[in-house]
Design a protein around this ligand. Structure first.
Ligand SMILES: Nc1ncnc2c1ncn2[C@@H]1O[C@H](COP(=O)(O)OP(=O)(O)O)[C@@H](O)[C@H]1O
Ligand SMILES: [Mg+2]
Length: 474
């Protein structure tokens, strides 16, 4: 801020001094020209008189000229000594003004300078801004050499007041000072506005980022202004919102996972304690308990292996080991695998595979997708239901659907169906040995293959899961 003002001040000073120098020059120019020419004429006129040492005629000439030019005229000899003074005061004094020396020593024919009358200071027009201004009278000193027979025999000095010109310059200075104050005020104002518009939001953003880096994902910044700054603030907010959701879903996942693992552990503990504290327990009951414990262990290991699958897919660098395979063949295999359970429930699995759909994909992962969807259909559909599996080519995609006429999925549950641990009927699904992770794994696997999955269902009328997979990569 200070540097900014300094720069403005400095540039203004440079500008002002060169401007006042220029104006001073042009104001003086006129005067110098007229003074010079009058003095030169006078010099040529007095030269013969001086050569003759005609003091009387000289005196008369100078007095007349002084009145005419409105100034004081002095006649100096070769040594700079005053011979005549139209004011009649300075006889015999030796004047060593630069204007006089320039003529006598350097051989100039005319010269001009501006002096302060009291101190004799010479005015430097480029330093006008610095001069003292009160109570000083300024005078222009115009000199001309008196040449006779190509020798300089004396110098004429015309001292004329330049108060009027100086007054104009003072006025100019006043105006420039005023302008400077205005510019400084404008600069201050604009830098203040600048800081409000630019610096403040950046500082806000910075604070937000710091809060976020300390783990506070609820941090949001105020969106204000327009253009880039606003864009940046919006981007920051949407980023922190995403991070917050991510953070929450991670916590949710951990707490769900712990809960899922705790339930079978608690059940097992109760049963094992009964076995310990009731040694005389009926043998059949004992076997039943042990079977239940065995089932719980199966469930636990299913959950753990599903969790492992999910975690592996979450790490960014999942490798698909692709090979050429036929989706139709995979479906037939899985239908064969599920046939015993379906038969037990009196269900029919109907396949309609209109195209082999050859694909270059990860066999075990694709198998998991097909198995999970078909297993769900068999598992959640009542006895005697029908499961239809359809495969067809649709442009560059394979479209694979699994439809059942089971209970379906209520509308309000549909958006969450691919979430981890999400089950429509918690008690029933758990009873059926489900982990609630199957569909979220399927979802991830389909995404990994560049495909899409969706579900359509009407409660009580069954459900259809639709998978679309691109047959050719890239
Ligand atoms: N074909 C289906 N018909 C009705 N409900 C289904 C079907 N498939 C899945 N669901 C519901 O979606 C939930 C999540 O399925 P999933 O992720 O495979 O978990 P799991 O089968 O282990 O319970 C199931 O608990 C069930 O409530
Ligand atoms: Mg399942």
């Amino acid at each position: 801020m200070l540097a900014f003002l300094l720069i403005v001040g400095l540039s203004f000073y440079v500008m002002a001094s060169s401007l006042s120098g220029m104006v001073g020059d042009s104001l003086f120019e006129q005067r110098i020209r007229s003074d010079r020419s009058s003095l030169e004429t006078l010099a040529s006129r007095v030269a013969p008189l001086m050569a003759r040492s005609d003091a009387q005629a000289l005196h008369a000439q100078l007095l007349a000229a002084g009145g005419e030019l409105g100034g004081r005229i002095l006649l100096l000899d070769q040594n700079g000594k005053v011979q005549l003074d139209s004011y009649g005061e300075m006889y015999g004094a030796r004047l060593q003004y630069p204007e006089v020396t320039n003529i006598l020593v350097r051989g100039q024919s005319v010269d001009y300078g501006v002096h302060e009358l009291d101190s004799g200071t010479v005015l430097n027009r480029s330093r006008l801004l610095f001069m003292r201004r009160t109570g000083t009278a300024w005078a222009g000193y115009c000199t001309a050499g008196i040449v006779y027979a190509s020798d300089i025999i004396g110098v004429l000095l015309l001292v004329s007041p330049v108060q009027e010109i100086m007054q104009n310059l003072y006025q100019l200075q006043d105006q420039m000072i005023l302008i400077f104050v205005l510019i400084a005020a404008a600069a201050l104002l604009s830098s203040w506005v600048f800081s409000r518009v630019i610096t403040r939001p950046i500082a806000g953003l910075n604070r937000g980022i710091q809060r976020m880096s300390k783990g506070d994902f609820s941090s949001r910044v105020r969106v204000r202004g327009s253009g880039e700054m606003k864009q940046l603030a919006l981007a920051f907010n949407s980023m922190s919102e995403k991070l917050e959701t991510l953070d929450q879903s991670r916590n949710q996942f951990v707490s769900n996972a712990s809960h899922e693992l705790k339930t079978p552990l608690a059940t097992m503990k109760i049963m094992i304690e009964s076995l310990i504290y009731q040694p005389e327990m009926d043998k059949d009951l004992r076997t039943e308990f042990l079977t239940d414990i065995n089932n719980e262990i199966d469930r636990l290991s299913a959950i753990v292996s599903d969790l492992l699958t999910l975690v592996q897919m979450d790490s960014q660098n999942v490798k698909l080991s692709r090979e050429n395979l036929s989706i139709a063949a995979l479906i037939k295999e899985n239908a064969h695998r599920l046939q015993p359970i379906a038969s037990q429930k009196g269900q029919q699995i109907l396949l309609s595979l209109s195209d082999p759909c050859d694909i270059y994909a990860d066999k075990s992962k694709l198998n998991q997708v097909i198995y999970n969807l078909m297993e769900n259909a068999v598992k959640y559909t009542q006895n005697g239901g029908v499961i239809r599996v359809n495969l067809q080519r649709q442009g560059r995609d394979a479209r694979f659907t699994v439809t059942d006429n089971g209970p379906g999925i209520p509308k309000e549950n549909l958006p969450h169906i691919f979430d981890r641990f999400y089950r429509v009927d918690k008690a029933r699904s758990r009873e059926k040995g489900g982990t609630g992770l199957g569909l979220s794994i399927v979802h991830q696997l389909v995404l990994l293959h560049g495909g899409a999955i969706s579900v359509e269902s009407e409660e009580g009328r069954g459900a259809t899961f639709i998978v679309e997979l691109p047959l050719h990569q890239g």
